[in-house]
Write a protein that binds this ligand. Structure first.
Ligand SMILES: *[C@@H]1O[C@H](CO)[C@@H](O)[C@H](O)[C@H]1NC(C)=O
Ligand SMILES: *[C@@H]1O[C@H](CO)[C@@H](O)[C@H](O)[C@H]1NC(C)=O
Ligand SMILES: *[C@@H]1O[C@H](CO)[C@@H](O)[C@H](O)[C@H]1NC(C)=O
Length: 335
């Protein structure tokens, strides 16, 4: 069963990280019309063939029409579909929830510096107040209520670990709220695989994605949370605009522009903290967080996933696999 309230926390983190932007028209590829532009499909030549497909973590309706027929056909013809995480397993959700919580008996108020706690609380009150006006008529038409959505995302915030609260705050912007309610592409594929009664599986465990985030140390997390709040506060004051990076990502994906999606070496994995105007010692902290994430969430993870794919292919030579992994985000999708 797929959890309808399955919402992504890291999504906006990634998107915020993409500082460079170009405001394109509603995510359409400018070269639209050439139907094979998007080609995030790789064939593993064996009999029957297996495939790698690069997914993206945005509402599937924004990209589906740009995905070429050969990719959709490969999906349909495969026996077994593998994702990074098993999004259809209720255990995934409960494991994630508990991994995000503070130890029993602890609350954020006990853990955070007083100033940060106060600003966090204030910001969440603001979000709650604004939520009804951020939602689209379409969302309301689907029976999505602001209170419900707020609680689904932020309901238990006082019990979350600071790093998860930081990611949560990043996912509570107007743009992100407006895209709630439509499954993201990877979740949509999982739902389709289930509907088509394919065998499904995952190459990673929730803990493998979650624990590295919990491994940042206290001063790093406080720094990140403080920066996130500062960003949101200036956004509220109207002195800072969140770049339309989701649109940018969608456009690159729809154009099949792999290089600008993946080989974005200066992309930070945390919100855009590496702000050239940061004082030197803060810039160092931002860089330390960035290299920690790169090591734990990209390099180690790629190796682990690579090993598991290889084992699966060797163990089941007569199955046709479809591996659907994130193309854009070299980042876990805990959602
Ligand atoms: C956190 O980690 C950084 C970088 O490894 C280190 O410089 C800093 O002293 C650590 N802080 C705490 C509170 O452990
Ligand atoms: C938050 O960041 C600002 C600006 O970098 C700094 O002046 C302030 O001391 C920080 N607050 C905390 C609690 O770390
Ligand atoms: C960079 O930092 C300065 C000073 O803290 C702030 O005014 C500005 O809005 C920041 N820019 C971004 C893109 O975060």
């Amino acid at each position: 069963m797929v959890h309808p309230g399955w919402v992504c926390l890291l999504h906006s983190l990634l998107l915020l990280a993409r500082a460079r932007q170009s405001r394109g028209p509603a995510g359409a590829c400018p070269l639209q019309g050439k139907s094979d532009l998007n080609s995030f499909l790789w064939t593993i030549k064996r009999d029957p063939p297996s495939y790698f497909f690069g997914t993206i973590h945005v509402p599937y309706t924004r990209v589906w029409d740009f995905i070429p027929e050969n990719s959709k056909k490969a999906f349909q013809q495969s026996h077994v579909v593998y994702f990074e995480l098993d999004l259809t397993d209720p255990y995934t959700i409960s494991a994630l929830t508990s991994c995000q919580l503070l130890p029993q008996g602890e609350n954020l108020q006990d853990v955070l510096p007083r100033d940060i706690y106060r600003r966090l609380k204030q910001h969440l009150e603001y979000v709650k107040l604004m939520m009804p006006s951020w939602m689209t008529p379409d969302q309301r038409g689907k029976g999505l209520y602001a209170d419900y959505l707020f609680n689904a995302i932020a309901g238990n915030w006082e019990r979350k670990r600071p790093v998860w609260v930081m990611l949560m705050v990043n996912s509570l912007t107007e743009v992100d709220i407006k895209s709630r309610g439509v499954p993201v592409l990877d979740l949509y594929l999982a739902q389709e695989a289930e509907r088509l009664r394919k065998q499904t599986g995952a190459v990673e465990k929730v803990e493998e994605q979650c624990h590295p985030l919990n491994g940042l140390n206290f001063s790093q997390v406080i720094f990140a949370l403080n920066q996130t709040l500062l960003q949101q506060e200036s956004l509220r004051a109207g002195s800072f605009q969140i770049p339309y990076t989701t649109e940018d990502l969608i456009k690159h994906y729809n154009c099949g522009d792999l290089s600008s999606i993946i080989f974005n070496h200066d992309t930070s994995q945390v919100p855009n903290f590496i702000n050239a105007t940061l004082p030197a010692h803060e810039r160092i902290t931002a860089q330390e967080i960035d290299s920690y994430f790169r090591q734990e969430l990209i390099y180690k993870r790629n190796e682990r996933m690579g090993r598991r794919v290889k084992d699966l292919l060797e163990e089941y030579p007569d199955k046709s696999f479809f591996f659907a992994f994130g193309a854009a985000e070299n980042f876990p999708k805990l959602c």
